[in-house]
Design a protein around this ligand. Sequence first.
Ligand SMILES: C[C@@](CO)(OP(=O)(O)O)[C@H](O)COP(=O)(O)OP(=O)(O)OC[C@H]1O[C@@H](n2ccc(N)nc2=O)[C@H](O)[C@@H]1O
Ligand SMILES: Nc1ncnc2c1ncn2[C@@H]1O[C@H](COP(=O)(O)OP(=O)(O)O)[C@@H](O)[C@H]1O
Length: 286
Amino acid sequence: MDQTIDWWPSPAKLNLFLHINGRYPNGYHKLQSLFQLLDKGDELAFSITPHSEIELLTPIEGVVNEDNLIVKAARLLQAHTNCQQGCQIHLRKVLPMGGGIGGGSSNAATTLIALNYLWKCNLSLTELAKLGLVLGADVPVFVMGNTAFAQGVGEQLTPVSLAQTHYLVVFPACHVSTAEVFSDPLLPRNTPVISWQEYDFDRTHNDCQQLVCNRFENVANTLRWLLEYAPSRMTGTGACLFAVFTSNQAAENVLANLPSGCSGFVAKGVDVSPVHDKLAHLGNIS
Ligand SMILES: C[C@@](CO)(OP(=O)(O)O)[C@H](O)COP(=O)(O)OP(=O)(O)OC[C@H]1O[C@@H](n2ccc(N)nc2=O)[C@H](O)[C@@H]1O
Ligand SMILES: Nc1ncnc2c1ncn2[C@@H]1O[C@H](COP(=O)(O)OP(=O)(O)O)[C@@H](O)[C@H]1O
């Protein structure tokens, strides 16, 4: 790989809890969640071109480029700002897809932020987050770039600073469809609203977890295994699970003994997205 390529981070997230409080008339669910941003994720690189074409040079197997959230985000920004430039994009994908760790949404957010900077569109982060919401409910938190409490469909964000934590993130090798979980009649949808001051990991939960564990034996077994080592929970609509540790070494020790068939990684929780660290380094943050 060319050493001169300028990579932009595209971090993963965890939902430290996920409560479903009800439903909107359009079928979307009213949520409360705590989005924890991580220091690990995919990476994207952009070369600006003078013609308007958007090219993703590293396609993802199973996702046609036209459906890729990276291409969709680039086209959305281009159309919204009437930008005459285009770009060539490289992606280094490491995050499992459809795992509840927000890879696709994060890729879209990094694309919006990077191209806004490189194309000199001058949209504010708030404008980019609003634009990004069209692509997915998780895009705004990645654009705003703070670990945050979220409500609404995940777009009403209150930044929060958390104690430094190390997470073991485990992918039990099964794909869980977000749309299927949300359309399941057995999904609990009546958790009472909490105030953020009440937040405590042990007094919160993930309303999707039991349903997914009932449907996917791998998820249930892996969660049971993780709970032997540390407080653990499912993120988002699954299938990824996370375990909470106070040291990197303790998390690495458990990673080294993962059950066969699972994959995983250790990451540190961060209050500010690495994309924003990069923007700040470039002297541009709004
Ligand atoms: C619930 C979360 C928590 O992070 O799950 P994960 O996707 O991360 O697992 C997300 O907010 C998901 O966000 P995202 O994955 O961007 O969802 P979208 O593409 O907007 O929606 C996928 C489908 O899920 C359902 N959906 C999504 C969000 C929501 N608040 N209510 C819903 O009912 C809708 O049926 C929608 O068609
Ligand atoms: N750049 C992308 N990265 C990952 N998934 C993408 C991307 N573009 C489109 N998708 C589609 O979005 C789906 C959800 O992806 P992802 O955001 O990784 O999962 P989740 O929302 O569960 O965290 C994938 O299964 C894939 O079909």
